[in-house]
Design a protein around this ligand. Structure first.
Ligand code: DON
Length: 317
């Protein structure tokens, strides 16, 4: 049983362990429904029948169910970590190079880039993440090591790795990302060579983390930019608020409206089947189940988060 005390709300008693057990049982029939991402060949090998979920509360506790300790490919969830580093490096100037509007299009769509002159709609679609990756590359001598160290510290797990096989598998088949990055570069919105930007981007997407790692790693966004363990500032409260806003409006791509309607948390998904959600001032919750719906979000994972919002009453709306 936990006592949650947060501004603007009553003290709420939530039995997270019982809620996670209930959700695990309820979504069991959905696990495996949908399709495991196969356009990155290495991801196609992941068994569809996995389900894990973890909750990290701001008072430092962790609750887990199912395969919550099994590392998986976090893919686009990594865009939030690199965005944090890019905002830290460039500040508001980042917004000259990438927008803040939901795209209403698939995460790898090329269509808006031409009319919008190489300024991607937001940092969480692929083209926007390439611009963010470019900023992280320009501001660090070893961007990959810098990102890995940041993520390990956030997750409090020095064992987090980038899976070279997943990154290589995506590089070998990443024609769409190559097209996007080259197009952005043609408008002068990448400073580094396209190959370097994509190499960094594919490696960030290849971070392997468990639900428990992810729940811990996102706590700074629920905690007004502060690390829960040390109390130190990771990013300003204002930037944490804005990253959460971007996750709410853009974090699940063209399903972001539906996701806000059904679930009501800022969240970020990845084609590895992970989704992380933030309840500001209260907790983070991470879920993983590899089979995806037709928008590229975990089918059972989204259903689990919908139930979590309903059972806890913690939707931000
Ligand atoms: O660039 C890609 O296509 C993948 N590395 C990441 C896409 C992704 O995770 C989109 N998420 N739903």
């Amino acid at each position: 049983m936990s006592l949650v005390d947060h501004p603007g709300r009553q003290h709420v008693h939530i039995d997270h362990a019982a809620i996670l057990r209930q959700i695990h049982a309820e979504v069991a029939p959905l696990v495996g429904q949908g399709k495991v991402a196969a356009y990155i060949p290495r991801l196609a090998d992941v068994p569809a029948n996995r389900f894990g979920m973890a909750v990290a509360t701001l008072d430092g506790r962790l609750f887990e169910v199912g395969d919550a300790a099994e590392p998986f490919s976090i893919q686009s969830i990594s865009k939030v970590f690199s965005l944090t580093l890019a905002l830290e490096a460039l500040g508001p100037d980042l917004w000259k190079r990438v927008g803040r509007e939901p795209s209403g299009s698939a995460f790898n769509s090329l269509v808006q880039l031409e009319s919008e002159k190489g300024i991607p709609r937001n940092p969480l679609i692929n083209a926007g993440a390439h611009v963010v990756a470019d900023v992280v590359l320009s501001s660090n001598r070893n961007a990959r090591e810098h990102l890995l160290a940041f993520v390990r510290e956030r997750a409090d797990n020095p064992g987090v790795i980038m899976d070279a096989e997943v990154a290589g598998s995506e590089r070998d088949t990443g024609f769409r990302n190559a097209a996007l990055a080259n197009f952005v570069r043609s408008f002068g919105n990448l400073d580094n060579p396209v190959e370097q930007v994509l190499d960094f981007y594919f490696h960030q997407c290849a971070l392997q983390m468990s639900c428990a790692d992810l729940a811990r790693a996102f706590v700074y966004l629920a905690n007004r930019g502060r690390c829960q363990r040390s109390g130190k500032s990771v990013i300003s409260a204002g930037l944490a608020k804005r990253i959460n806003a971007l996750m709410l409006t853009c974090g699940t791509y063209d399903a972001a409206g539906e996701f806000a309607f059904r679930v009501g948390f800022p969240a970020k998904s990845g084609v590895g089947g992970g989704i992380v959600a933030i309840v500001p001032n209260v907790l983070t919750v991470a879920v993983w189940s590899p089979a995806l719906d037709d928008k590229g979000n975990s089918l059972a994972g989204a259903a689990a988060l919908e139930r979590f919002a309903a059972l806890t009453g913690l939707s931000i709306f």
